[in-house]
Every structure is written in structure tokens, then in C-alpha cells.
Write a protein that binds this ligand. Structure first.
Ligand code: PRP
Ligand code: URA
Length: 209
């Protein structure tokens, strides 16, 4: 579990309780997912490089630090990763944004890729992959593999809830991926849903069920 960072800040844990609650309607659910993503990104970007810059305040010259998002690509796994994207791009307005559409087969739980649109220079970028749920780990693993084929070498996976099974799978396939999550839950149920979890993230974000 050494490459797993559980972000236990009280703000994120409070919001996690609200997104778990079955009574939280889609509007609030979307707002909470966006806010949690922003808080997760705050932790996941701690190691961003900064450079010294000269600044003139109204009173005098001084020095400060500046970062650029130019070495990053935010990659949302459709659909549910879209719910996290606004929070992250607010923090990293200059990062490029890619999308990978992946859907689990409800029977086999195997991931199927149906859409890929990524920045051309993925080989020069660190990927921040967004998906609220790491369940069996199949979708995350396929996404990392796809990015590796385009040259990406550094990965952070940001999710709201991870199952132990998903963490094990992702780290067996791709040990270098750093996982940032608000919680590591108990286990998967017979249908591949995380327990206690929050239900189906895509359906709750978009009100489809
Ligand atoms: C959900 C979720 C992840 C995936 C996790 O998406 O958003 O992408 O399942 O499961 P895994 O770790 O077992 O692969 P889903 O396939 O339901 O698609 P959706 O976002 O379009 O609803
Ligand atoms: N996908 C979800 O949306 N929720 C789960 O619990 C597992 C996979």
C-alpha cells in the first residue's frame, strides 16, 4: 500500500460522507465530486516544480515562486471522471486535458475502450488520471497501458474511493502509479460494486438511474 495516499483532511472526509449518502441529489453530488477532486489535486500536486520569479508589489521588488502546468496532462476516464475534471482544471488551468472512454461490461466486469482523445505529446507529460471509483482496477489499468503506449512514464491516479482489489490490480500491472484517494473501502460485492462505496458514480453524477 506504499504508493497509496489516503487524503484524510477533515474537509474531504466530510464531503465523502455526503457523496456516500444515497439521499444526495445529482446537483449536490456533482458539486461535492468537483470539490473533492480539487482537494485531492492539492495533495497530488505537492511535488510540482517551481521556479523563482521577480515580482513588483505596489511597494517594492521581491522574489516569489511560479509553477506551470505545462508538464501535466489531466486525463479523465469517461464518464464519471468528467465529474472530477472542473475542480482539477481550475487548479491547473494550463494543463492539457485528455479523455479516455472506458465502460465495464456489467457481466464480465471487463473494461471496453470506446473513445480516446489525448494531447499529442503525452510522452513529455505526467498524467493525472481522474476516475471517482477504483473497483476491480480493470479500467484504470487499461487507461495506464494506453498512455504508456503513447510514451507517458509518470502517472498519478486520483479517485474518491478505492477498493483493495483495485489497488492490488493496478499496482500488479503498473507498480509505479501513485494513487490518491479519499478512502480505501472494504471490498467489492458480487457485481463489482465497492462496499460501502457510493453506488454508481456515473449514474449519480448524471442522474441516469
Ligand atoms: C465505473 C467507474 C470506473 C469503473 C471502475 O465506470 O467510473 O471507470 O466503473 O470499475 P473497475 O475498476 O472495475 O474497472 P463504468 O464502467 O460504470 O462507466 P460509466 O462511467 O460510463 O458509468
Ligand atoms: N463503478 C461505480 O460507479 N461504482 C462502483 O462501486 C464500482 C464501479
Amino acid at each position: 500500500m506504499s504508493r497509496v495516499r489516503v487524503v484524510d483532511h477533515p474537509l474531504i472526509q466530510h464531503k465523502l460522507s455526503l457523496v456516500r449518502d444515497r439521499r444526495t441529489p445529482p446537483k449536490e453530488f456533482r458539486e461535492l465530486v468537483e470539490e473533492m477532486a480539487l482537494l485531492l489535486a492539492f495533495e497530488a500536486t505537492r511535488d510540482l516544480h517551481t521556479r523563482e520569479v521577480e515580482i513588483e508589489t505596489p511597494l517594492m521588488r521581491t522574489r516569489g515562486k511560479s509553477i506551470s502546468g505545462s508538464g501535466l496532462a489531466v486525463v479523465s476516464i469517461l464518464r464519471a471522471g468528467l465529474g472530477m475534471e472542473p475542480g482539477i482544471v481550475k487548479l491547473l488551468p494550463t494543463a492539457r486535458v485528455g479523455h479516455v472512454g472506458i465502460e465495464r461490461d456489467p457481466r464480465t466486469l471487463l473494461p471496453g475502450v470506446y473513445y480516446v482523445k489525448l494531447p499529442e505529446d503525452m510522452g513529455q507529460r505526467e498524467a493525472l488520471i481522474l476516475d471517482p471509483m477504483l473497483a476491480t482496477g480493470g479500467s484504470a489499468s487499461v487507461c495506464v497501458q494506453l498512455l504508456k503506449e503513447r510514451g507517458t512514464r509518470r502517472f498519478k491516479f486520483l479517485c474518491l474511493i478505492a477498493a483493495p482489489e483495485g489497488i492490488a490490480r493496478l499496482h500488479t500491472d503498473h507498480p509505479e502509479v501513485e494513487i490518491y484517494t479519499a478512502a480505501v473501502d472494504e471490498r467489492l460485492d458480487a457485481h463489482g460494486y465497492i462496499l460501502p462505496g457510493l453506488g454508481d458514480a456515473g449514474d449519480r453524477l448524471f442522474g441516469t438511474r
